[in-house]
Design a protein. Structure first.
Lengths: 210, 602
C-alpha cells in the first residue's frame, strides 16, 4: 500500500503570547480529531533543525505558525508549496522560523522533501508578553485554521474522525492552554515584558525587515 | 603569547567590527571586536541582547510542573533543562530515584548529548571549516582514497558514492534556491581544506543527518516522544514490563530495549568511524590554526556528570572540579550550594542589585533591570552602533567561581577530567594528540593543542564517544536489574505536596552539551517561590566583572588574525565552537538572498 505520509506540524514558542499559535493549533486538532496511522501530528516548538527527520518522512506537510504578513492582526493566510520556504525566510519575526527555513532546505538537499506543502499562518497581535497566551483575535482563528488544514488534507484522502478528548497528548499536560493560562503569575509579582529588546540592530536583523 | 584575560590589558584603539547577530535561538548574541593594523583581534566585546527570566513564568506554579516549562525556554537545551529541573526539585524535597530511573535518565541524557554534538558539528559548525562549493572541484577517487586513509573501517568510501554526493551538491547549488550553502564566504582564504576533504565532509553531513534521526528514537522509547520527551519528578514516566508488547501500555519491554541497543551500536560506529576521524582530519589540515583557546588555557569549570553509582558524585565519569591559572596539577572541589563560590555579578550587565550587593548566589538571585549605556557608546539608544564596554553592555549576568571567570563546556569537562586522572579520558586525548602530531609531523604538547578552537571541537567528539561507550554499560545494567525483578521506575512517596516541608530549597546540576548547567529552586507552601538558572552560555558569554575579568567568548577571540575583517569567518568559527545555540548559523538567508548577519566595520 502506498499511502501518503502526512505530517501536521505546529511550530512556535508558547511562552511568547501569539507565537504559540502553531502549537495551540495542533493541540486543539489532537483533542478533537483522531487520524489514521499515516498521519502524524507534532508539537514542534522551537526545535529548529531537530525537526528535519519528521519533514523528511512526509509526503504531505501542513505547518501551522504565526507569521508576519503585514496583514491586519488575526488574519489567516494560506501559503502553498515553493512559497512556503520563501515566506518563512522573508518575514522572519521570530527566531524559530530561521530554523524551520533551514529544515526545509536540509530536507531538500537530502532529496526527501514533501511533494505537497501548506502553511497556515496567522498574523499575530502580540508577541512581547513573556508567559502570556494567545490574544482573543488569534485564539479565535485556531478552529478556522484547523478547518483549512482539514479541507486541504481531504484531497489526499485523509479523513479524521471527531472525538471528544484526546487519545494521547502531544505536549505535557502542564502546558495545555487552560492550565497554562490559569497558572500564570500575576503581573505584580512577575515582569511580563521579559524580553527588553533594546539593541535595535539585533532585532531588526533576524526579522529581516531592514 | 598568553591571552590577556583582563580588560585593563586590552587594546581597543584599532578598527571596530560588529557582528550581529552571532546566534539566533538561545537569545540574541552580538560581538564587537577591535583589530590592529595587521587585522589581529586585540579587544573583544560579547553581549547578550535578549533577556528571559525563568522566575517570570514559574513563580507560583507547581514545582513538579517546572520541567515542562523550562523545556520551552530554549529551543535547544530542552531535555537538559527538564532533567536539571527535576533534579533541583528532587534535591529540595529529598527524593531518591530508583536505579532504573537513574539508568534511563542516563540513556536519555547521553542520547541528547550525542545528538546535539553530532548535529552541532556537521550541521552548524562544519561550514566554518568546510567549503561545500570547493567540493565540486574534488576528484571522487581522491576523496575515496582520503576516506580509506582516515577511517579504513568505514564502509561508505567508494568513488561512486562520492561522485553521487558531488552530483547532489552540484544540483542543489545550481538550482539557485535558498540554500544551506548560499552566500557563504566561500572565496575566503580562511578555508583551507583541499577539495577532496571538502567533499568527504559534505558526504558525512548527509550521513550524520541519517544517524541523528535514528539515535533520537531512544527519546521516543523512554520519553514517549520526540521532540519534547517527558520527564517526571521522582523517576521516569515509563513503565517496564519485559514480556509485554508495545500495545499493553508498557513501552519498555525486551523488544524496545533491543531496539535501543541497536541505535546505540549504530551511533557507536558513526562516532568512532566518522565523527572522531573527521575532527582529527580537519584539525590536521588546519594545523596552523590553533587559535581560540582563550580562557580554556587558564580557568575551566565542570559540575561533574554521568554518575555511575546513584548519589555518589565521586563516581562521575567526567568529574566536577575547577582549574585556575592553568595549573592542571590542582583540581579544586566545587560546591554549588556555597554562597561564596558561584556568584553572579552585574557591574557590566543591565541589572542592579538591591543594597549595593556585588555578587549574588543564585538562590538569592535578583533580576531587576537597569538599562543604561556608557558615555562612549555610538549611535542612538534604539540603534546602537557601538557599545561602550567600560559601562553596562549586556543582558547576560557575569557568573564567577570564587571571583574567577570560567570557561564551561566539553573542553572544560575534558581538561578537568584529564587533570583529575580519569584514565578513559586521558587515553582518548593522548590518542588524538598523537594522531595529530603523527599526521602533521608536529610535536605539540597537550597544553598547546587542547585549549584551542579545534580542541573545543575535538572535546565535543570525544565526549560523544564517552557517552556512547558508557550507554552500553548503562543498557546492560538496566537489563540485568530488570531481569533480577526490579521494575520500579519512580519514587512517588513524596509526590503529594502534603508530604513536603513548608519551605525547601534545592539545586540541580548537569553538564549540558554546552556546559555546566544549574537550576536553583526555592519552594514555599508547595509552590515555586524563586527559580534561577545559570546556563552554560551565561558562563561563556558573560561580560566583564567588577575586577575586569573577561568571559570565555571574549577571551577566545583575542590574538586571532583575520584574513578579511569584513568576512568574519574566524570570529564565527571560534564562537560557534562553543555551540552557543542551535541555529547559530550565519548561513541563513532572507528571500532575496541577503545575508542576515550584519557585519559592520567602523
Amino acid at each position: 500500500m502506498n499511502e501518503k505520509q502526512v505530517l501536521i506540524l505546529g511550530i512556535g514558542n508558547i511562552l511568547w503570547a501569539d507565537e504559540g499559535f502553531g502549537v495551540r493549533c495542533v493541540e486543539s486538532l489532537n483533542q478533537d480529531y483522531a487520524f489514521p496511522d499515516n498521519v502524524k501530528m507534532v508539537d514542534g516548538g522551537t526545535q529548529g533543525i531537530y525537526l528535519v527527520q519528521h519533514v523528511q518522512e512526509a509526503d504531505v506537510l501542513v505547518v501551522f505558525d504565526a507569521i508576519d504578513y503585514g496583514l491586519p492582526p488575526g488574519t489567516l493566510k494560506k501559503i502553498y508549496n515553493e512559497d512556503v520556504p520563501k515566506f518563512m525566510g522573508a518575514k522572519q519575526m521570530s527566531l524559530h522560523q530561521t530554523g524551520f527555513q533551514e529544515v526545509l532546505a536540509m530536507a531538500e538537499f537530502t532529496g526527501n522533501y514533501p511533494a505537497d506543502l501548506l502553511l497556515v499562518g496567522c498574523q499575530p497581535v502580540e508577541l512581547e508578553d513573556f508567559g502570556g497566551s494567545l490574544r482573543p483575535e488569534v485564539k479565535a482563528q485556531v478552529k478556522p485554521a484547523i478547518d483549512i488544514a482539514l479541507a486541504y488534507l481531504a484531497q489526499f484522502g485523509v479523513e479524521p474522525t471527531r472525538q471528544a478528548g484526546q487519545a494521547r497528548a502531544l505536549s505535557p499536560g502542564q502546558l495545555n492552554l487552560s492550565d497554562y493560562e490559569r497558572g500564570r503569575p500575576d503581573e505584580a509579582s512577575a515582569c511580563r515584558t521579559g524580553d527588553i529588546r533594546v539593541i535595535a540592530g539585533a532585532t531588526s536583523a533576524p526579522k529581516g525587515t531592514d | 603569547m598568553n591571552t590577556p584575560l583582563n580588560s585593563k590589558l586590552l587594546d581597543s584603539s584599532g578598527r571596530r567590527i560588529v557582528v550581529d547577530p552571532v546566534t539566533r535561538i538561545e537569545g540574541h548574541m552580538r560581538c564587537e571586536v577591535n583589530v590592529d593594523e595587521n587585522n589581529i583581534i586585540r579587544n573583544a566585546v560579547s553581549t547578550g541582547t535578549m533577556w528571559r527570566g525563568l522566575e517570570v513564568i514559574l513563580k507560583g506554579r507547581d514545582p513538579r510542573d517546572a520541567w515542562a516549562f523550562v523545556e520551552r525556554i530554549c529551543g535547544v537545551c530542552t531535555g537538559c533543562h527538564a532533567l536539571t529541573s527535576v533534579r533541583a526539585v528532587e534535591d529540595a524535597l529529598g527524593i531518591n530515584i530508583p536505579l532504573n530511573a537513574h539508568l534511563i535518565r542516563h540513556l536519555m541524557d547521553k542520547t541528547l548529548n550525542i545528538h546535539d554534538h553530532v548535529v552541532h558539528f556537521y550541521h552548524l559548525h562544519a561550514l566554518d571549516w568546510v567549503n561545500p562549493v570547493n567540493a565540486l572541484k574534488a576528484d571522487p577517487k581522491a576523496t575515496s582514497a582520503l576516506q580509506q586513509k582516515v577511517s579504513p573501517t568505514h564502509p561508505m568510501s567508494s568513488p561512486g558514492y562520492f561522485r553521487d554526493v558531488q552530483t547532489r551538491i552540484k544540483k542543489f547549488i545550481e538550482s539557485g534556491q535558498l540554500g544551506l550553502f548560499a552566500n557563504g564566504y566561500w572565496s575566503n582564504p580562511a578555508y583551507k581544506l583541499p577539495p577532496e576533504a571538502d567533499l568527504m565532509a559534505v558526504a558525512h553531513y548527509l550521513e550524520a543527518l541519517d544517524m541523528q534521526k535514528e539515535i533520537v528514537k531512544i527519546h521516543t522509547i523512554f520519553g514517549g516522544k520526540n521532540p519534547h520527551p517527558n520527564f517526571m519528578v521522582g523517576g521516569v514516566p515509563c513503565a517496564i514490563n519485559l514480556d509485554g508488547t508495545g500495545s499493553s501500555g508498557a513501552p519498555v519491554n525486551m523488544t524496545s530495549l533491543n531496539f535501543v541497543l541497536e541505535r546505540i551500536r549504530e551511533a557507536e560506529a558513526f562516532i568512532k568511524n566518522v565523527y572522531i576521524p573527521d575532527v582529527i582530519a580537519i584539525a590536521t589540515l588546519y594545523k596552523d590554526w590553533l587559535h581560540g583557546g582563550g580562557l580554556a588555557a587558564s580557568n575551566v569549570l565542570c559540575y561533574g556528570t554521568h554518575t555511575v553509582v546513584p548519589g555518589d558524585k565521586s563516581t562521575d565519569l567526567l568529574p566536577a572540579g575547577a582549574i585556575i591559572n592553568g595549573n592542571w596539577d590542582e583540581v579544586h572541589p566545587v560546591d554549588v550550594r556555597d554562597p561564596n563560590e558561584i556568584q553572579e555579578f552585574v557591574d557590566h550587565s543591565w541589572y542592579q542589585y538591591a543594597n549595593g550587593a556585588k555578587g549574588l548566589h543564585p538562590w538569592d538571585g535578583e533580576t531587576e533591570a537597569k538599562f543604561e549605556l556608557g558615555p562612549n557608546f555610538k549611535g542612538t539608544k534604539t540603534n546602537i552602533k557601538e557599545l561602550d564596554e567600560s559601562a553596562k553592555y549586556s543582558w547576560i549576568k557575569a557568573p564567577r567561581w570564587k571571583g574567577h571567570a570560567m570557561e564551561v563546556g566539553p573542553l572544560a569537562r575534558y581538561i578537568v577530567a584529564y587533570a583529575s586522572g580519569k584514565e578513559y579520558v586521558q587515553d582518548q586525548v593522548d590518542r588524538s594528540l598523537s594522531a595529530f602530531n603523527q599526521a602533521t609531523g608536529m610535536d605539540l604538547g597537550l597544553k598547546q593543542f587542547l585549549p584551542s578552537t579545534l580542541g573545543r571541537t575535538l572535546a565535543r567528539a570525544l565526549c560523544s564517544e564517552l557517552c556512547v561507550d558508557s550507554m552500553l554499560d548503562d543498557w546492560h545494567q538496566l537489563v540485568n536489574n530488570i531481569k533480577n525483578g526490579d521494575t520500579s521506575t519512580a519514587n512517588v512517596e513524596k509526590w503529594d505536596p502534603k508530604t513536603w516541608p513548608k519551605e525547601a530549597k534545592g539545586v540541580g546540576t548537569n553538564e549540558a552539551p554546552r556546559g555546566a548547567l544549574g537550576h536553583w529552586i526555592k519552594i514555599k507552601d508547595g509552590k515555586i517561590e524563586n527559580y534561577q538558572a545559570v546556563v552554560p552560555t551565561t558562563w561563556n558569554g558573560s561580560p566583564r566583572d567588577s575586577e575586569g575579568n573577561i568571559g570565555a567568548f571574549e577571551a577566545s577571540l583575542l590574538n586571532t588574525p583575520m584574513e578579511r575583517p569584513d568576512e568574519p569567518v574566524e570570529i564565527l568559527r571560534t564562537l560557534h565552537s562553543f555551540d552557543p545555540c542551535l541555529a547559530c548559523s550565519t548561513h541563513v538567508m532572507s528571500e532575496d538572498g541577503q545575508e542576515l548577519t550584519n557585519v559592520k566595520i567602523r
